[in-house]
Write a protein that binds this ligand. Structure first.
Ligand SMILES: Nc1nc2c(ncn2[C@@H]2O[C@H](COP(=O)(O)OP(=O)(O)OP(=O)(O)O)[C@@H](O)[C@H]2O)c(=O)[nH]1
Ligand SMILES: [Mg+2]
Length: 400
């Protein structure tokens, strides 16, 4: 999977994006994405997962999309028995770089609903087609919700339209109206998906046995038309994984400097001037609290610029920040909570045992600065990941 991702992204010249993340300019990282032309995504492959309940006609749909019939050479296996245990890949003959993945059915004894996503590692796919037949089922709703929650997109395909129409024709031949029945089926599916809070689902009613009729031609056209947008969407989805090692690299570089800062704080605290130990540690600590935030590009000013760039309220980005406070008052409170008492004891003991007092005071400053800065650095790095993912999510939604 990682190899696939690397291969896919290597062609996209991500150096500019990586450099911007490393230099703490998330706005430049987003600009790098925004400035890409639709053509620049043409080389980006797209893996489409065809999922749905067992026997819904997933394999037949893939065959029809590839212009094949059951039994043709290279066609997916179809039938009445559920035999699928692994996803199988089929290249789309018309859409370059698009692979249709025939997935095992959801909710079978082999692939129960609650472990389906994880076992098949569905997050690795770029786009989904959920195939259902007969009534809209809770498995479909579950899949639709899960896909949406993961920031991904899907079409809902209602298969075997010919069988529904045939049954209707036999039951009520006098009032038979093909278009009305098709619209009822579409509406039932739309209502079912929308009831789960999934907005504007794209629904197609098809028969894989009659690929020139019903919504099948529209399904192909829509996929072809939306392809550049879907490729861009998939590209944006893969960027947090590109940024993560860069953020780790930066964190490791800054972590290596912490002992020097802690040593400085220790020397400052050892000077036997009442209050200096506390003030010194406070200023060193505060300086680096701010330093890390702006170094990673998640200080208040950078967040405001980023929010404007992705056209989102600032609050959406600041909600991603769970790290320790970055205002002076918060830094003071933090320091008071963690070292204030120890520092006071140390300074008190100066009056009686100056050498001991200096040692205790310096030691407390050293240990506190060291561990608190490490903790803060780690949480700022995590915040950066979350903020960037949120900005990329906004960018994906802006394009829909
Ligand atoms: N009438 C009708 N039958 C269909 C259609 N598509 C598939 N079928 C039939 O439905 C049955 C299941 O089709 P498959 O394509 O194997 O379905 P699947 O979802 O891949 O099934 P599994 O992989 O076994 O879970 C087969 O007997 C197909 O011939 C269709 O559009 N119309
Ligand atoms: Mg199948």
């Amino acid at each position: 999977m990682f190899l696939l991702l690397c291969r896919r992204l290597s062609a996209m010249a991500l150096d500019g994006f990586r450099a911007a993340v490393y230099h703490g300019s998330l706005t430049d990282a987003i600009s790098n994405v925004q400035q890409r032309t639709p053509e620049s995504f043409n080389s980006h492959t797209l893996s489409i997962a065809i999922t749905g309940e067992s026997g819904s006609g997933r394999s037949s749909l893939i065959n029809a999309m590839r212009g094949l019939r059951a039994g043709d050479e290279g066609a997916a296996e179809t039938g009445m028995l559920d035999t699928m245990t692994m996803p199988v890949a089929y290249p789309d003959p018309v859409l370059p770089g698009v692979t249709l993945w025939d997935l095992p059915g959801v909710g079978t004894p082999y692939f129960p609903l609650d472990t389906y996503w994880e076992r098949l590692n569905l997050s690795q796919y770029d786009f989904f087609i959920i195939v259902g037949f007969q009534r809209f089922r809770s498995d479909h709703a579950w899949l639709a919700c899960k896909i949406q929650r993961m920031g991904m997109r899907f079409y809902f395909v209602r298969s075997k339209a010919d069988a529904d129409l045939d049954a209707s024709r036999r039951q009520r031949p006098s009032s038979y109206d093909e278009e009305r029945i098709l619209e009822q089926i579409r509406e039932d599916c739309r209502r079912g998906v929308a009831a789960e809070g999934v907005g504007h689902p794209q629904v197609f009613v098809v028969s894989s046995w009659e690929p020139n009729r019903y919504d099948f031609p529209l399904l192909r056209q829509t996929l072809q038309m939306e392809l550049p947008r879907l490729r861009r969407h998939a590209f944006l989805l893969s960027l947090p994984a590109v940024a993560s090692p860069i953020i780790n690299q930066k964190k490791a570089a800054l972590k290596g400097e912490i002992w020097k800062i802690a040593l400085f704080s220790c020397l400052l605290a050892a000077i036997p001037v009442p209050g200096l130990a506390f003030l010194g540690t406070f200023f060193v600590f505060r300086k680096h609290l701010f330093g890390y935030s702006s170094n990673f590009g998640v200080d208040n000013r950078s967040l405001l610029a980023l929010a404007r760039q992705v056209r989102r309220p600032l609050g959406e980005l600041t909600a991603m920040m769970t790290s320790l406070g970055t205002t002076p008052m918060m830094a003071l409170k933090l320091l008071l909570d963690s070292v204030g008492a120890a520092m006071m004891v140390a300074e008190y003991s100066w009056k009686r045992l100056p050498v001991f007092g200096a040692l205790v005071s310096g030691g407390v400053a050293l240990v506190t600065t060291f561990f608190m800065l490490r903790k803060h650095l780690a949480s700022i790095a995590d915040d950066t990941r979350r903020v960037l993912s949120k900005a990329l999510e906004a960018e994906r939604e802006n394009a829909i």
